[in-house]
Design a protein around this ligand. Structure first.
Ligand code: SAM
Length: 232
């Protein structure tokens, strides 16, 4: 299932790094699980959170044997968008899995190759990921309300100006870094971001294939980074 801002392309590098720093039997926490690609590749005890309640209902429903549709028509898509609470799990699947670029109800997505309905390819991709996430504890929560101790925490928060992509409202990045400073007192916390405040250090850099133009209109390679808190 395509998910806006998903970490599919860099997932192996991130997972290898996280597993390499993980302590024995350390619980893995993902407060912004989104499409779940990192969580699906981590081992051991895992807890995953997200503020989009429909997404979490979808994961829990699939764990309980819920049958996702093989096709979703444009009319069904519009109906579900207008009646989100009728079947929250289905809304979670359609809202991301049947939407353009994996953006929350970002427009009805069509499969150009026509081999299979878009919903069908999304369902297959989701079920593949779920095959390794049947034992994950999924919960809907605002990350600010969460408290952990002795855990390995991986954060992939919304980047600036992308909150409309998830249906979760405004995201205060400054407040986010403050929460991370607190969590870092009792946990090992790693954050995916392009930049971080000065009291954070970059521990992993992954050049990606996406070339972007900088403000001087010159091509730049986009570099995915992983940060951690250095301390005071
Ligand atoms: C960049 S995406 C995560 C992508 C994920 N790593 C993947 O590979 O698919 C950010 C996620 O944060 C969630 N989110 C936004 N605000 C949140 C909040 N206050 N608390 C918890 N989750 C939140 C969004 O719903 C979205 O799923």
């Amino acid at each position: 299932m395509q998910y806006f801002g998903g970490k599919t392309k860099v997932s192996n590098q991130i997972v290898n790094y996280l597993e390499s720093v993980r302590k024995e039997n350390q619980v893995y926490i993902e407060p912004f699980v989104g499409g779940g690609i990192i969580c699906s590749k981590m081992s051991g005890k895992r807890k995953a959170f997200d503020y989009n309640e429909y997404l979490i209902e979808m994961y829990k429903a699939v764990q309980s044997g819920y049958e996702l549709p093989n096709s979703v028509s444009e009319d069904e898509y519009k109906y579900i968008k207008e009646h989100k609470d009728e079947d929250k799990a289905l809304t979670g699947f359609v809202g991301f899995g049947c939407s353009f670029a994996g953006k929350w109800f970002g427009g009805y997505a069509r499969d150009k190759r026509k081999k299979c309905d878009f919903a069908c390819s999304s369902k297959l991709a989701l079920l593949k990921k779920m095959s390794t996430m049947m034992d994950v504890d999924f919960q809907c929560a605002n990350y600010k309300e969460l408290h952990f101790s002795d855990c390995l925490i991986y954060c992939d928060p919304p980047y600036c100006d992308t909150t409309q992509a998830y249906g979760t409202g405004n995201f205060d990045t400054k407040e986010f870094w403050d929460v991370i400073r607190i969590w870092s007192e009792n946990n090992d916390v790693y954050i995916s971001e392009y930049t971080a405040p000065d009291d954070f250090e970059c521990v992993l850099e992954i050049p990606t294939k996406i070339d972007i133009r900088n403000k001087d209109n010159k091509m730049e390679k986009r570099i995915e980074k992983l940060f951690r808190y250095k301390g005071k």
